[in-house]
Design a protein around this ligand. Structure first.
Ligand SMILES: NC(=O)c1ccc[n+]([C@@H]2O[C@H](COP(=O)([O-])OP(=O)(O)OC[C@H]3O[C@@H](n4cnc5c(N)ncnc54)[C@H](OP(=O)(O)O)[C@@H]3O)[C@@H](O)[C@H]2O)c1
Length: 366
């Protein structure tokens, strides 16, 4: 059982002692998955509200974000992730969802940075529920100018983008940056960040999203269904490889002699390792060539949310939301993501007012 938690002031009063003793009895609605598989494994259920550990915050979830990582944890692919701790036969986390925004309902005994009532956003396990227990070090105060839905789509994709652009990519003003996959979750943040750092940005996307990539400030946009963007006729100081799984030789051809390649992801390769071999080959090759070839294994940390804050507050980076779905619509949202239709990110409104499935609109209390 978790430690005693502090109740939020404007809720039905639960004393510290009662919270610790009743947490298991308090129910909430959530999207639940008991097995790995397609979106059909996702169902709306009523389960115990999570208990908070000493270093965790109980968030009354207003909105959640959906990204490729959520798909991977639903599908259990690549299989490598199952032996990396996500659960071998079935997911360890019954509730999917990795990005969260909401209001602090209670805090664990060691939490110092948050108090009930704070509006927050961060990286979570179990964001597709009315409440989520979130580690303090993965949570930050929500920028006041963002809605909960906008804030909810930032943490994983925005955090990955700033790590790729700044930490791995070491972007500098005036550099030529190629972002392969600029229309997606990570790419829409990365393109805006690279522009904010003064780079000349070329974004790559499919035909139907060229206008989106242009609208977020890319200087040049290439359509991967028509243009071969890696011929080498134009060289880039930094390439972010987010989609397409191009070979290292093709990617290197478009890099300047001292250029940097950051491999972030790509969905087309192998259900066992997810194309991890290409990333390892890049690291090995990098030791023998003048170009810097790197891969990103992004970290989930609140410091990235703090680093993103000024860009979000000034509007230099705006979260791009394709569509907001309600909690019962999560399987539909997942199908949209799988089909590659989303422009930017998908948001999930978890507030019960947005429920349209006939379920009562008041929260479930014990
Ligand atoms: N390394 C890490 O730590 C880390 C962290 C987060 C995510 N990832 C990975 O990064 C990848 C992208 O994540 P995401 O959330 O941004 O996914 P996403 O929203 O689905 O975006 C995918 C992007 O790739 C583009 N793309 C698809 N096929 C392509 C092709 N053949 N050639 C060029 N571009 C293509 C898409 O363009 P269109 O939509 O226009 O087709 C879109 O811009 C995923 O594989 C994810 O697992 C890795």
């Amino acid at each position: 059982m978790g430690p005693i938690a502090t109740p939020v002031a404007d809720r039905p009063v639960e004393s510290a002692a009662s919270i610790s003793s009743v947490s298991r009895g308090v129910k909430m609605r959530a999207i639940v998955q008991d097995a790995y598989g397609s979106s059909s494994v996702l169902r709306l259920g009523v389960i115990d509200r999570p208990e908070v550990a000493a270093n965790e915050v109980l968030v009354d979830v207003a909105a959640a974000g959906m990204d490729r990582g959520t798909w991977h944890s639903m599908a259990g692919k690549p299989y490598l992730m199952r032996i990396m701790g996500f659960g071998f036969r079935r997911p360890k986390n019954q509730v999917p969802g990795l990005d969260v925004a909401g209001t602090v309902a209670a805090v664990g005994s060691e939490v110092t940075r948050f108090q009930p009532g704070d509006e927050v956003f961060g990286m979570s396990r179990g964001a597709f529920g009315e409440y989520a227990a979130v580690r303090e070090d993965k949570l930050a105060q929500k920028p006041a100018n963002l809605t909960f839905e906008q804030a909810a789509v930032v943490p994983i994709s925005g955090g990955t983008a700033i790590q790729a652009i700044c930490d791995s990519g070491r972007v500098q003003a005036g550099q030529k940056v190629l972002i392969i996959g600029a229309s997606g979750g990570v790419g829409t943040f990365a393109a805006q960040l690279a522009k904010a750092f003064g780079a000349e940005v070329t974004g790559v996307s499919s035909t139907g999203k060229v206008d989106l990539v242009r609208s977020i400030g890319a200087d040049h946009v290439l359509d991967y269904t028509r243009d071969d963007y890696l011929t080498g006729s134009k060289k880039y100081d930094l390439i972010l490889d987010i989609g397409g799984n191009n070979s290292l030789s093709r990617l290197r051809r478009a890099l300047t002699p001292k250029g940097t390649l950051v491999i972030v992801g790509g969905e087309e390769k192998g259900s066992v390792t997810g194309g991890f071999g290409r990333q390892i080959r890049a690291l090995v090759l990098s030791m023998f060539v003048s170009q810097r070839l790197t891969m990103l294994a992004s970290k989930e940390r609140s410091s990235d949310l703090e680093a993103l804050r000024p860009f979000l507050e000034t509007g230099q980076v705006t979260p791009i939301i394709d569509r907001t779905y309600s909690l019962p619509e999560v399987p539909d949202a997942m199908r949209n993501l799988e089909a590659g239709q989303a422009r930017g990110k998908i948001a999930i409104a978890v507030q019960l007012d947005s429920m349209q499935d006939g379920t009562p609109k008041t929260k479930v209390h014990s």
